[in-house]
Design a protein around this ligand. Structure first.
Ligand code: AMP
Ligand code: ZN
Length: 480
């Protein structure tokens, strides 16, 4: 690789050069969504940044294999080991089965990802597909003395490790206070920081999904799924593991504990974390992590219904450095929407035909890559894009560069403007057609040809247009 990629590694707590285990190849794992509700745009910030990282690696010439799990069982509503299974909670709320909820929200998640141009990872695996793998790893941990049975559950024994808090700067004591605050103590644990690998005894007798295991009928803990799904698809080593910063503890800390105890060697070299999207849901209106349970539940569909283009939100995420918290406000989103429209219009009106200047192309591509390699400095990469558009190059060279940069940015830079114009053209043509039909129907009614009038109404309805006769005349609306 000509360009050396640097990013912040939570494991070493510094910005480091990325060197994969195998030359030119990258294995990457992403903690997937818990599919009990729609993803909010905070969750989607993490997935947008992970997508940008993957596309940066590919742009630099790496061959990437990326794996993601779908959490459809075992993630409790508290991040420790108590509380209700989030999936069960979703099923109760909507009077559906857990599997129906999982299917619905998995589809909704990928639909949102599609609108944000987030590529689907090479492998996507639901936790419920891998129960036998979980059981195998837990069994081995028991045999190796890293796990114990207590009160019907299987726990990981954190005291067996030389170092447990490998990802965190905080002292053990501080972390434990954090855990204790919102969680009742589990008397079965030998150590406060131990965590559940397999539940057979939960507070909730009606847990819908349960499987046979050597320790009784039950279900897996949340953390075990990511270790097993990554090992199943990427083998015993992995280059980059990603997630939001809230996953550092306990989720990723526990993943490392159990994976390395099972494997007997170091598992993953680079831990990549994305800071939160905050809203004003703090107790006194101060910025706090956007979550599904507090503040306005902001989804991609909600933004669309308010007239925002989903890619304006992607642009917002691109402009904000992944290690800094991002403050959500409609004002910023308005600005992003305007900036997005202006940008794609500028690129969409370039004349793409003509000679591309190879020297200038290489020079700007180099500057763009240098920004990416500098701890994923995407706002600098955007500056390179704007500078390039302002420069004295031919339209064809600018167009070719925009197309190239979009392999990473995925903002539909060269196609969005034409798509918008086409949509406007279709809208105008449809409106003309509807108005003609309304006139035809009026004429038919005047001639007391009610069959024809009804046929016109039905034909429009078939096309998703409903007519309504009001005092002010005939009104129409889209119903599809
Ligand atoms: P979940 O569906 O809750 O398991 O979360 C899916 C992903 O979203 C994880 O990587 C979380 O770390 C991340 N995440 C959760 N809340 C936020 C937030 N407010 N901002 C950014 N990422 C988040
Ligand atoms: Zn995970």
């Amino acid at each position: 690789m000509e360009n050396k990629l640097y990013f912040y590694n939570t494991l070493t707590k510094k910005v480091e050069q990325f060197i994969p285990r195998e030359d030119g190849k990258v294995s990457m794992y992403t903690c997937g969504p818990t599919v009990y509700h729609y993803a909010h745009i905070g969750n989607l910030r993490s997935y947008i940044v992970e997508d940008l990282l993957e596309k940066t690696l590919r742009y630099l010439g790496y061959d990437v294999k990326r794996v993601m799990n779908i959490t459809d069982v075992g993630h409790l509503s508290s991040d420790a080991d108590t509380g209700e299974d989030k999936m069960l909670k979703g099923a109760r709320r909507e009077h559906k089965t857990v599997m129906e909820i999982a299917k619905f929200y998995t589809d909704a998640f990928f639909n949102d990802c599609g609108k944000l141009n987030i590529k689907t990872p090479d492998v996507v695996e639901p936790a419920t597909n891998c129960i036998s793998e979980f059981i195998h790893v837990i069994q081995t941990l028991l045999e190796k003395g890293y796990a114990y049975e207590s009160g019907g559950n299987i726990y990981f024994d954190t005291s067996k490790l030389k170092e447990y808090y490998v990802l965190s700067n905080q002292s053990e004591k501080e972390l434990l206070v954090g855990v204790r605050e919102d969680v009742e103590e589990d008397g079965n644990k030998r150590n406060q920081s131990d965590f559940v690998l397999w539940f057979t005894k939960s507070k909730f007798d009606d847990q819908e999904l349960k499987w046979e295991s050597p320790w009784g009928t039950g279900y897996p803990g949340w953390h075990i799924e990511c270790s097993c799904i990554s090992m199943k698809n990427l083998g015993e080593y992995m280059d980059i593991h990603c997630g939001g910063v809230d996953n550092i503890f306990p989720h990723h800390t526990n993943e490392i504990a159990q994976s390395e105890a099972y494997l007997g060697h170091k598992w993953c070299n680079y831990w990549f974390h994305i800071n939160h999207l905050n809203d004003k849901s703090g107790k006194t209106g101060e910025p706090a992590k956007m979550s599904k349970s507090s503040g306005e539940f902001l989804t991609v569909s909600l933004l669309e219904s308010k007239g925002y283009h989903p890619l304006a939100y992607r642009l917002f995420c691109i402009q904000s450095h992944y290690r800094k918290p991002m403050e959500f406000s409609y004002e910023v989103l308005d600005n992003m929407g305007a900036a997005y429209d202006k940008l794609v219009k500028r690129i969409g009106t370039l004349k793409k035909e003509g000679e591309v200047d190879k020297g200038q192309f290489a020079e700007y591509k180099e500057a763009f890559q240098a920004a990416l390699c500098d701890d994923l400095n995407f706002s600098m990469a955007l500056t390179v894009l704007y500078d390039m558009l302002k420069s004295e190059m031919s339209d064809a060279t600018k167009y070719a560069l925009a197309e190239s940069f979009d392999e990473v940015l995925s903002l539909d830079l060269t196609t969005a403007h034409a798509a918008k114009q086409e949509a406007q053209r279709v809208d105008a043509a449809l409106e003309r057609y509807i108005l003609e039909k309304i006139e035809e129907r009026k004429a038919a009614k005047k001639e007391r040809d009610f069959a024809k009038a009804d046929a016109i109404r039905a034909e429009l309805l078939e096309k998703g247009i409903a007519l309504e006769d009001t005092r002010e005349g005939v009104k129409w609306k889209c119903v599809k």
